[in-house]
Design a protein around this ligand. Structure first.
Ligand code: SF4
Length: 411
């Protein structure tokens, strides 16, 4: 759909007719491609096919092929990595509790030789996973406790978390929902989905739905279209947030048809999970472009992970790249107290130092909220460096980003 140009040179927005996805006009024409300058695109390198170099492009770019060909065992890992003894032992002891799943696309971002590669740390088991601390919790955010019906966590007054599947293209080793993600026996069945939809329809206070899992984009377009359509038909539902890491681990999933389907259900927000600049590839750029051009607002929820992104310069680089991809850095999460992820946890001081080195030193748009999702279901608690030096009666002494102090007087 081309936007007509009006005489003053601006585009006149017209309401597109809602047509079924199968209409004769292709979705590609309906979500028009905007030109992007080469000097921007050059910052997002394409990913090689590595050991899959003989796979034709059509297959490589087919998300279902990527999903089918995922690495799920040691032999698969050996195809792309020189697997260390620690990784081998950790896989043997952990894979039945939390499966391995790595798409060929994401596997090719890993360094074959370096066991500390940030992509490898996120997707290949390590010995640290077997170390369960006394303070670790199976369900650190108490999501199961606040579950009025299976498949819905209703904690905050006006919004719910809606679980649609327990599958993901890549099983992140730092996942906070290890207790059920990757386990096919706990996947949301059809009647559970209906029960969840009925719960939302019966609760007029719910205006915001976080559609999560697992990763909802592992569902087919038709299934998601059905879920989004059912939610959109509920008058008190205002916004959806699709929580997905497909943009990072399987960007091929964001097809033109998918973007076109989503554009029928606006306002749709997409929350994704980039953790490292290496994940900002040409393919990821293209997935974000399609969603942004289709009218989605995309936010990023980075998890602070030791050895992956516990470095202010790296986070700044990541956030600058995200903004170029039209993704707003939204949260930095302090790593939860989930079982078997203590090797990823940093002190809170590390997160505060990252915020201190972003705030004022770069655009406010590149400064996310740093939060700790409180164990036991306390919700997200913001953590911030202290910029109030003193507060004496009506006089405040404030510190700016560069350490200079200023007085402010309250009325
Ligand atoms: S994509 Fe999200 S839900 Fe899936 S394994 Fe990663 S962190 Fe967990």
């Amino acid at each position: 759909m081309a936007l007509p140009i009006v005489p003053n040179g601006s585009s006149e927005l017209t309401e597109p007719a809602l047509e079924p996805i199968s209409a004769s006009t292709t979705s590609q024409e309906k979500v028009p491609r905007r030109p992007i300058r080469p000097h921007i695109l050059n910052r997002f390198p394409p990913t090689s096919k590595g050991p899959w170099s003989d796979v034709p492009d059509a297959k490589w770019n087919d998300w279902r092929w990527q999903q089918r060909e995922r690495i799920t065992n040691l032999a698969g890992m050996e195809k792309v990595l020189n697997v260390t003894q620690d990784e081998r032992d950790a896989y043997t002891k952990s894979h039945e509790m939390f499966h391995v799943g790595i798409t060929p696309y994401y596997a090719n971002l890993m360094d074959r030789e370096d066991p500390d590669c940030p992509i490898r740390l996120q997707s290949v088991p390590k010995g640290g996973e077997l170390n369960i601390l006394k303070t670790d919790l199976e369900d650190p955010l108490a999501e199961e406790r606040d579950m009025p019906v299976p498949g819905i966590t209703h904690r905050y007054p006006d919004r719910v978390l809606f679980y649609t599947t327990h599958n993901c293209p890549v099983y992140c080793r730092h996942c906070t929902r290890k207790r059920k993600v990757s386990d096919p026996t706990t996947a949301a069945a059809k009647d559970q989905l209906e029960q969840s939809l009925e719960y939302i329809a019966a609760h007029p206070e719910v205006r915001d739905i976080v559609i999560s899992g697992g990763d909802p984009l592992t569902l087919s377009d038709d299934r998601l279209d059905y879920i989004l359509g059912r939610l959109r038909a509920i008058p008190h539902v205002e916004i959806f947030r699709l929580g997905t890491r497909n943009l990072v681990t399987l960007p091929q999933r964001v097809t033109d048809d998918f973007a076109y389907m989503v554009s029928h259900h606006h306002p749709v927000f997409v929350n994704t999970h980039f953790n490292h600049p290496k994940e900002c590839t040409a393919e990821a750029y293209e997935a974000c472009r399609k969603l942004a051009d289709a009218g989605c607002v995309i936010g990023n929820q980075m998890v602070l992970l030791k050895g992956v992104n516990d470095d202010p310069k790296l986070v700044k680089d990541l956030n600058h790249k995200l903004l170029l991809m039209r993704v707003r850095p939204y949260y930095i999460y302090q790593c939860d107290l989930s079982q078997g992820i203590s090797h990823f946890r940093t002190p809170i001081a590390t997160g505060l130092d990252i915020i201190e080195k972003l705030r004022g030193w770069t655009s406010g748009l590149a400064v996310p909220h740093y939060v700790c999702d409180a164990p036991g279901g306390g919700g997200k608690i913001p953590l911030s460096p202290n910029y109030v030096v003193s507060h004496d009666g009506k006089e405040l002494v404030l510190r700016n980003y560069a350490g200079k102090t200023f007085k402010y007087y309250e009325p």
